[in-house]
Design a protein around this ligand. Structure first.
Ligand code: SAH
Length: 257
């Protein structure tokens, strides 16, 4: 763990970076992909329980996040041929050259964003997810927060996510087809913004669409690799940046596809 001082938006803050590099398929801090469950047809609650226990062994602590991970059937979000691997801690292909994030990545990101929020703040919060993909993380977020808006730029994935999520009936989750680089101005401002795709910087629109007191977590590409950036909006004019884990996410791209 290295401590360094970073300068950003006219503010000097302490930044924490992890020297450890990410393993294959989006891995903050956890050293290597460890199979959680293997074998055919293992799509039951027991497998999810095993997944959650493995997440706990990996250092996840927040009981609210672990409960949400236990609730969402991840096998519904991967292709049938991959369903037996749905509870392994790996990123899996979802088509269109994109992946479903590792359970560890999803839970770690949400745990960071939930820290310091009490039950009332969580149930009152409006969240923006950039990069719906197959919709898995959106479903986990919808179990935890009052209102979730998730935006995806690839129409095929937006529609796939809609189909995947139908049976879960999450009335507090709204899917938007659009370019998330612009945020979702119609639904702003947000208490929480979470990006599942890495850009070379955090788009200005996201900073502007945060509420004062809001938190944003996004992977950002730096010269030496991707890192997770946590940004807190302290006043209308002041944002504070903390650099967290080394990570690996798919790229944030502009425009629709
Ligand atoms: N949230 C997903 C992860 C999806 S991978 C999960 O639950 O596993 C990241 C997604 O970000 C991809 O689907 C990609 O198409 C999308 N993405 C990349 N750039 C984007 C942009 N500008 N706007 C919206 N989505 C974007």
């Amino acid at each position: 763990m290295v401590r360094r001082v970073a300068r950003w938006m006219d503010e000097t803050v302490i930044a924490r970076t992890s020297k450890r590099s990410a393993g294959a398929g989006q891995a903050p801090e956890r050293p290597a992909a460890e199979p959680l469950v293997s074998g055919p047809g293992l799509v039951s609650e027991r497998n999810r329980q095993a997944m959650v226990e493995a997440l706990q062994r990996g250092g996840l602590r927040d009981p609210r996040v672990l409960a949400a991970m236990l609730s969402v059937p991840r096998h519904l979000f991967v292709e049938q041929g991959l369903a037996s691997r749905a509870y392994e801690d790996v990123a899996l292909p979802i088509g269109h050259a994109q992946t479903i994030s590792r359970p560890y990545t999803v839970s770690r990101m949400i745990e960071i964003i939930c820290a310091q929020l009490d039950a009332e703040q969580m149930s009152g919060a409006r969240v923006l997810e950039v990069g719906t993909g197959c919709g898995y993380q959106a479903a986990v977020l919808a179990h935890l927060f009052g209102e979730v808006v998730s935006v995806e730029r690839i129409r095929g994935l937006h529609e796939r996510a809609r189909a995947n999520l139908r049976s879960l009936r999450l009335p507090n989750l709204r899917l938007v087809f659009g370019d998330g680089v612009n945020g979702v101005p119609k639904a702003a401002p947000f208490d929480v913004i979470l990006s599942a795709a890495a850009g070379s910087e955090v788009p200005r629109a996201w900073l502007e669409q945060m509420k004062t007191g809001g938190r944003l977590l996004a992977p950002v590409i730096q010269a030496d690799g991707q890192v997770l950036q946590l940004i807190e909006r302290r006043t209308r004019e002041e944002w504070r940046l903390t650099v967290l884990d080394a990570v690996r996410f798919v790229p944030l791209r502009s425009g629709l596809a």
